[in-house]
Design a protein around this ligand. Structure first.
Ligand SMILES: *Cc1c(COP(=O)(O)O)cnc(C)c1O
Length: 489
């Protein structure tokens, strides 16, 4: 399977590249992204075949259908990391919360958020490609809070890889920040930026594009790559859990194969939703993909009105910070899939130049045949958290956005799989506030009060963070990022 470019080819790059190449250099011609030339068609046969498979068995079969240029033993090693999740026999439990609503819990990995789903195996794959080519890589990651810890965790002490991770100072929760700044492996560098997530992501994109930066790294025999959700090496692992979650409903006797469901995804950079879209194209019976947002509701307006418009928007800090994103990078892959490279290039350059683009009414119709969307504000989110808790389910504020979107968008009497992207421990002050009304609690106090309220123990790895030594203390202006990274490598 080869990969092609969302904005067409500029004549200086190959027309198509291997999976490993798309992983190592994720930015394509004209600033575009790599996408599979053709998705495998799995159909219902694949679902039938895997009703009784383990997560790893099904995942392996799906990866093999992609025909990627990664050795099978590396893929086995990568998938084995799911054994370290809470329940090694089922890394992604799917829980019934109420009539027609099921929550697929993607947060049972080492950093307690869904980024582990893709980044855990991705670390093994990338490090193995680097070793095989006898090259050293600097991985850049920009994080709004969850990617950073997950990227650091997966690359910690891995051969031939260094990581520089940018996060917006003050834009993450205490737990997320501590998960990063207490990482002490010598191949990891964590950098706080005075700015928001989009600043961090823009800085990352411009470094990835900078020939002078790359030339300086080359002097030290280092090549550059990125671990953000634009990397197809992450996306491929995000198709798997959508198929798994559907199969879980089959196993639970809730749907029979072929019956359609809604997928309901709390969205930021659209990697999770894109995984669902690809799963659907590969044959998963999906009625619609429901896109949930917070007050940064660019995606809601895009899907409902066909206008991607940032002209009057600036990032709003919300209680679901992992979704505080305006430029949702993976939407580009949907545009490409639906409208082709020429149109994608046109739309993306409109976005770059005018901060907006508008779909034609036919294009909007095509988007709406797959997606519906709504957004949920912080107060509504807290009310959903409290309501769910009272009926026995504890969830985080990102997951809560799905509950609102489900009420407004799941109009048919069929089942919804909503995705839970973080454990309660990662966003505890908001949850404590929703449950008990207490305000301005520090994470540690909020964790204790939720623990008491819900009669749940705080996981050891979370408690330990508060006493661990802080070994990453850079907080800098965004102008100084390049210098800071060069002095690290
Ligand atoms: C990253 C993240 C999201 C957004 O996922 P995307 O794939 O970027 O759309 C939602 N919730 C949490 C907790 C996250 O960490």
């Amino acid at each position: 399977m080869n990969f092609i470019e969302t904005r067409g080819n500029d004549g200086s790059r190959p027309y198509n590249v291997s999976f490993s190449q798309a992983i190592l250099s994720p930015i394509a011609s004209f600033g575009g992204l790599y996408v599979p030339l053709k998705l495998p068609d799995l159909g219902e046969v694949f679902l039938q075949k895997h009703v009784n498979s383990s997560y790893k068995e099904m995942a392996m079969d799906m990866l093999l259908c992609f025909g990627i240029d990664i050795d099978k033993d590396v893929l086995y090693e990568a998938l084995d990391l799911y054994d370290n999740f809470d329940d090694s026999s089922n890394p992604v439990p799917v829980v019934k919360v109420k009539e027609n609503l099921f929550v697929s819990e993607l947060y049972h990995g080492p950093t307690r958020a869904f980024k582990d789903m893709a980044l855990q195996p991705f670390g093994v794959v990338l490090s193995s490609i680097a070793q095989k080519r006898n090259q050293n890589y600097l991985i850049l990651a920009a994080t709004s809070g969850d990617t950073g810890p997950a990227a650091l965790e997966t690359f910690k002490n891995r051969a031939n890889v260094q990581v520089a991770c940018l996060y917006p100072d003050g834009g993450t929760s205490d737990v997320q920040r501590l998960q990063m700044v207490t990482e002490d492996a010598s191949n990891l560098k964590v950098i706080g930026i005075k700015g928001d997530f989009d600043d961090a992501q823009n800085a990352l994109k411009s470094l990835l594009d900078s020939d002078t930066f790359k030339a300086k790294l080359k002097e030290d025999h280092i090549s550059l790559s990125a671990a953000n959700s634009v990397n197809f090496g992450r996306i491929i692992f995000q198709i798997i859990y959508h198929i798994h979650s559907y199969l879980e409903l089959v196993r639970q006797g809730e749907v029979s194969i072929g019956e359609k469901v809604y997928l309901n995804v709390p969205s930021g950079n659209f990697g999770n939703a894109l995984g669902g879209y690809y799963a659907m194209k590969m044959g998963l019976p999906v009625e619609k993909i429901i896109i949930a947002s917070n007050e940064n509701n660019v995606l809601t307006r895009f899907i409902n009105e066909g206008k991607y418009d940032l002209r009057k928007s600036s990032v709003i800090s919300t209680t679901s910070p992992a979704m505080d994103i305006l430029k949702s990078s993976n939407v580009e892959r949907i545009l490409f899939d639906m409208f082709g490279a020429r149109r994608t290039k046109e739309l993306m350059s409109n976005l770059q130049e005018n901060n907006s683009y508008v779909l034609s009414s036919d294009e909007l119709y095509t988007i709406q045949s797959v997606f519906s969307a709504d957004f949920c504000n912080g107060e509504e989110g807290k009310a959903y958290i409290k309501e769910a808790f009272e009926s026995g389910y504890l969830m985080d504020p990102h997951t809560a956005t799905c509950f609102k979107a489900n009420e407004t968008c799941a109009t048919k009497n069929i089942k919804t799989i909503a995705y839970s992207t973080a454990e309660w421990t990662k966003f505890s002050p908001t949850i404590a506030n929703a449950l008990t009304g207490e305000v301005d609690a520090q994470d540690i106090d909020a964790l204790k009060s939720i623990s008491k309220e819900a009669k749940l123990a705080i996981p050891d790895m979370i408690t330990a963070l508060f006493t661990k030594e802080i070994c990453q203390d850079s907080i800098i202006n965004k102008e100084d990022i390049e210098k800071e990274i060069l002095s690290f490598v």
